[in-house]
Design a protein around this ligand. Structure first.
Ligand code: FES
Length: 177
């Protein structure tokens, strides 16, 4: 003879089973969504890779910054775009040592120039001023931080830079994803 309490128990267990099946059915699309959402993180890592920028011999050994274009391959979900311009850097050579700065002004994103007397950088937009190492050197400069330095490696006769853009308008350095 059936127990009068077994009917609600069966119904409860059936509900749990249905819930489990529903949760399993959601896992595949959920995982796909997570992978799509995390894809930009993979691109950000790729964006911070070292890229060849110039021949060492192309940079005079006089401590004056020279501007070089940065090109790199970009891979999206469907295509590989070869040698796209992604920005520019100032390279400054002193002997065998080379320093790199992103040319973008940390205030609002204009490209900074080397001053006519080659003693500093100046931004044409709102007159931020930086010394040749990229440090803000005028208290009236609106830039909230120094210019953005980039890692450099000399590989054979080439200068490689870990190219990265950073968000303008903030004191802390935050990479653009
Ligand atoms: S963008 Fe350079 S000072 Fe404003």
């Amino acid at each position: 003879m059936p127990d009068s309490a077994s009917a609600p128990r069966r119904s409860f267990l059936a509900g749990i089973a249905a819930l489990g099946t529903g949760a399993l059915a959601l896992l595949a699309p959920l995982w796909s969504g997570i992978r799509v959402a995390l894809a930009p993180l993979g691109r950000a890592r790729e964006d911070a890779a070292m890229v060849p920028v110039a021949k060492l011999a192309a940079i005079p050994d006089d401590g004056v910054p020279r501007r070089f274009r940065v090109v790199k391959d970009r891979v999206d979900a469907w295509n590989t775009h070869r040698r796209l311009p992604v920005g520019a850097v100032y390279l400054r050579r002193m002997g065998d040592s080379v320093e790199a700065l992103n040319v973008v002004c940390p205030h609002a994103g204009c490209f900074v120039n080397v001053a006519a007397d080659r003693s500093r950088f100046v931004c044409p937009c709102h007159k931020s001023s930086f010394d040749l190492s990229g440090a803000v050197n005028d208290p009236a400069s609106p830039s909230p931080r120094d210019m953005d330095p980039l890692d450099v490696e000399i590989r054979g006769d080439e200068v490689w830079v870990r190219f990265q853009n950073f968000l303008p308008g903030r004191a802390e350095r935050e990479p653009v994803a």
